[in-house]
Design a protein around this ligand. Structure first.
Ligand code: ZN
Ligand code: ZN
Length: 122
C-alpha cells in the first residue's frame, strides 16, 4: 500500500486495516460500535465496523505531529488576535501605555509570524 503522508503511521487500534477487530472472536469492540453510533443493544458482536480511532482510514498522525500541525497554529492565531485586540483597545482608550503595548505586541506577533514562515519550509 502506498504511503499517503510521511508523517502518518499505521493505526494501532486496527493495525492499519481501518476495520476494528478488537472485540472477542474478531468482532469490533464496543468503543468503536459506540463511535459508529449503534444503539446499545446492537453494540455486541458487530463485524467489520469502522475503526473509531482513525475513522476507518487505517492511518493516524503521531500525537506530537497533531499538536504541531493543529494546536500550535490555532494557539498562535488566538494569541495574535488577543494582542491585536489589546492594542486596538489601548489605542481607542488613548491608554498611556499604548506605545509600550504596541512594541510588546509587535515583537510577539513578529516572532509568531517569523516562526510560521520559517517552519513552513521544513
Ligand atoms: Zn475498536
Ligand atoms: Zn484504526
Amino acid at each position: 500500500m502506498k504511503k499517503i503522508e510521511v508523517n502518518l503511521h499505521d493505526c494501532k487500534h486496527c493495525d492499519g486495516s481501518g476495520t476494528c477487530k478488537n472485540g472477542k472472536d474478531g468482532c469490533s469492540c464496543v468503543a468503536c460500535a459506540k463511535k459508529n453510533e449503534l444503539s446499545f443493544w446492537k453494540q455486541d458482536n458487530q463485524f467489520g465496523l469502522l475503526c473509531g480511532s482513525c475513522g476507518g482510514i487505517g492511518r493516524a498522525e503521531p500525537l506530537t505531529e497533531r499538536i504541531h500541525n493543529r494546536v500550535a497554529p490555532l494557539l498562535a492565531i488566538y494569541l495574535v488576535c488577543i494582542l491585536l485586540g489589546i492594542v486596538l483597545l489601548a489605542a481607542m482608550s488613548k491608554n498611556q501605555f499604548f506605545s509600550e503595548l504596541l512594541a510588546f505586541s509587535s515583537a510577539i506577533i513578529g516572532s509568531v509570524v517569523g516562526y510560521y514562515f520559517s517552519s513552513k519550509g521544513e
